[in-house]
Design a protein. Structure first.
Length: 324
């Protein structure tokens, strides 16, 4: 049974009695524990969650292997030990960012003093002009937090998402997003509902770095390798009459705060450059945002799954980080 209700406008998560079956009790227990963690002072919470995250990362063999392979391809200049440290820090950040997400959902005012926007004037100026906006946000563990914060301020936000394989996690995650005021669009419904929301005045929240396969993508440089990249932002700018602003959230475990970095809006030549150049420029934005804080990026994704003819998919290579 699907834990969703579809309309022509947006996705609405719906609770089903089957979510209470014993096979989901572990998930519910984890949610309760995470909720309790939001009551613990963050100076004590973050070290505990960081340790738990690193332990999880050591046990999640498949996810860790994907992350190490991605880093080997993308950041080969890093030593093996440096890549291992990045992955450990990534899993620590995962648990800490998830706790802040729960904190914002349950105690929205508790974290206000720990939120720091950089170059906030960029979006404030756009809001005053009333222009349509698309926020270009690479995958990070804190990716949902800026959208939640803007929605809490009254800004209408529309985002696209992939359903989680676990229906209870999918329900809870999207329930939190919707309760914060975001309009959610499932990717399997296509991009048209998302575009319609932007044209209605919602700010689009677009993640540009997913692998959508070869059919509509371009193979362009991505860090030290290449990636199948969807050159769609220029078309969205045109049909939505929108300004595109790159954004990247960084959770700082030392200061227990969230830093949200904004870059200058993409210039209008995106409307006329060819698909290859557009795809490369998108990847450049991702690289500039991610390089200073690589541990924030979700390296566990199959970012490099689609390869050029004749190239083997990295995750299928038995010679790379063979399972012990």
């Amino acid at each position: 049974m699907e834990n969703k209700k579809q309309s022509h406008v947006q996705f609405i998560p719906v609770f089903h009695k089957s979510f209470l079956l014993p096979r989901y009790w572990g998930i519910w227990l984890g949610i309760v524990v995470l909720s309790i963690f939001t009551l613990i002072p963050v100076c004590f919470r973050d070290p505990i969650l960081g340790t738990l995250g690193r332990i999880t990362g050591r046990l999640a063999i498949g996810a860790r292997r994907r992350a190490l392979i991605n880093l080997l391809y993308c950041l080969p200049e890093k030593s093996e030990s440096e890549r291992e440290k990045i992955v450990d820090s990534m899993f620590s950040t995962m648990s800490q960012a998830m706790a802040m997400m729960a904190e914002l959902a349950l105690r929205p005012n508790a974290a206000k003093s720990r939120i720091h926007w950089h170059r906030r004037h960029i979006i404030d100026d756009l809001r005053q002009t009333g222009k349509n906006v698309i926020l270009l946000v690479p995958h990070s563990w804190a990716v949902d937090l800026p959208a939640m914060l803007l929605a809490a301020e009254g800004q209408r936000i529309a985002a696209m998402f992939h359903h989680q394989s676990n229906v209870v996690i999918d329900y809870i995650w999207n329930l939190v997003r919707c309760r914060c005021g975001a309009r959610m669009h499932a990717r399997n419904d296509g991009i048209r509902p998302f575009i319609n929301s932007i044209r209605q005045g919602y700010w689009g929240y677009y993640l540009p770095d997913q692998d959508h396969g070869e059919a509509k993508s371009e193979f362009v440089d991505f860090f030290a390798t290449y990636k199948a990249t969807l050159p769609i932002v220029g078309r969205m700018m045109k049909v939505c009459h929108a300004t595109v602003v790159p954004l990247f959230p960084v959770y700082d475990s030392k200061t227990h705060s969230l830093d949200i970095y904004l870059r200058a809006p993409l210039i209008k030549d995106f409307l006329v450059i060819d698909n290859i150049e557009q795809a490369r420029r998108l990847n450049e934005e991702v690289e500039v945002l991610v390089r200073p804080n690589p541990e924030q990026y979700t390296w566990i994704l199959k970012l490099l799954k689609t390869r050029k003819p004749g190239d083997q998919e990295p995750y299928e290579r038995p010679d790379l980080y063979p399972k012990k």
